[in-house]
Design a protein around this ligand. Structure first.
Ligand code: 1AE
Length: 397
């Protein structure tokens, strides 16, 4: 019983011996011999090297840590399996597998792909999300006008920019109230539902009260900069039954924790652990935008959010610099079912404004799920044609 960590360590001729030292040192031992270790303690608490696979530059090492060593929470588990190793150059933690008893201690998404699709009554295409842009320094009427345009263009989800915090011009509570009213009116006129994810921010000890207040005021989703606070804080929000809202976990800051010569793998941090601790959506850089991560990492995140697991599936939201010319590639890479196409500049930067920007995306999605090529679809959609003229079509393979 416990957790098995998979690492990439810089290749070493004596890796088996080093791994054994780590397994001992990270559990009952230390960097030097400790004479009073008892046989029983070694059996119950010592880490066990499961395997060492030699590679050219890196060796893959698996070490199993017994549950007896830690409480059933990520701060304890991550500190055990990676606390000290994180300081060693080039030592990556790429995966964790948990036994079922441990998995039961984690909540997973409250709604997940299925629950969010039910809320929106949308089942047959990827969802389309827009990001408010340029709201900093503007007032609530600017925010409201953006939201009205986005909805008119056919957006399903709208999120605050992750850099929009509590401020006097567009205060948290007033954004929620304004958005709720606009979304309700839009539904009455069109029958189309939409979710607005308000950024829950501020000091850690204020988060629950703020999220509960958001729910009371009628918010229908939350945005959360999970890596600024830690995964356990996401888990605590997810487990609070007074906050029954889908949570969008934003990956801001994860670039210092993952995707480095050392560090976590993106698929573990932004995929598996984000899903396990309660993210209904995980937002991360796509492989093709202005902020990009390697394709293998982005695709691995997508798999970790959806592949068979103890938990409900979470949405992949590959983001940053997304425009309509990327839609076919996004569909190819992430499938349709659990994909959210998410854009800020790609909507607001459309040459004919955000309504056309949103319509261009909807036309690209409509075409994509029917296997119609973008050039063909652009002949039937002026907004899409204009978007493609502006940004082109992106294919990676
Ligand atoms: C990785 C998330 C990207 C994000 O949240 C964001 O604000 C993107 O904006 P655009 O689409 O690049 O303008």
């Amino acid at each position: 019983m416990g957790v098995t960590a998979t690492y990439l360590f810089p290749a070493h001729p004596d890796q088996e011996k080093r791994a054994e030292q780590y397994a001992l040192g990270l559990t009952v031992g230390s960097w030097t011999d400790i004479p009073h270790l008892e046989r029983q303690q070694l059996q119950k608490n010592k880490g066990e090297v499961v395997s060492v696979e030699k590679g050219e530059k890196k060796d893959t090492v698996k070490i199993h840590y017994p549950s007896a060593n830690f409480s059933a929470d990520l701060p304890a588990i991550l500190t055990t399996v990676y606390g000290k190793l994180s300081f060693f150059e080039g030592h990556e933690l790429i995966d964790l597998t948990f036994d079922e008893e441990l998995l039961q201690q984690f909540p997973g998404p409250r709604f997940g792909v299925e629950g969010v699709r039910e809320q929106l009554s949308l089942y047959d295409r990827p969802l389309l999300m827009a990001i408010f842009k340029g709201v900093i320094g503007r007032d609530l009427s600017f925010f409201s006008a953006q939201l009205e345009d986005l909805l008119a263009g056919g957006i399903d989800l709208i999120k605050d920019d992750e850099i929009l915090f509590e401020n006097e011009l567009t205060p948290f509570e007033k954004r929620i109230i304004a958005a709720k009213d606009i979304i309700r009116r839009h539904y009455e006129h069109t029958g189309q539902k939409a979710l607005y994810a308000v950024n829950v921010s501020g000091r850690s000890n204020e988060l629950h009260a703020k999220a509960e207040r958001a729910q009371e005021l009628g918010a229908n989703a939350l945005l959360f900069n999970v890596h600024a606070y830690g995964l356990d804080t996401l888990q605590a929000l997810r487990e609070n039954d007074n906050i029954r809202l889908p949570i969008m976990a934003h990956s801001a800051l994860s670039g210092v924790l993952a995707g480095q010569p050392g560090g976590y793998s993106y698929s573990l941090l932004v995929g598996k652990l984000t899903r396990m601790t309660g993210g209904d959506f995980s937002l991360f850089p796509s492989p093709y935008g202005n902020v990009a991560i390697p394709s293998a990492d982005a695709l691995a995140i997508g798999r970790a959010l959806t592949e068979e697991s103890y938990f409900q599936q979470a949405f992949s939201v590959p983001s940053a610099g997304i425009h309509p010319g990327m839609v076919p590639q996004l569909l190819k890479d992430f499938g349709s079912e659990s994909l959210v196409i998410n854009a800020g500049g790609g909507v607001f930067g459309h040459p004919d404004g955000p309504i056309n920007g949103a319509q261009a995306f909807r036309a690209a999605i409509h075409a994509g799920v029917r296997n119609i090529s973008l050039p063909e679809a652009a002949e039937m959609s002026e907004p899409l044609k204009r978007a493609i003229d502006q940004w082109g079509i992106v294919t990676t393979s």
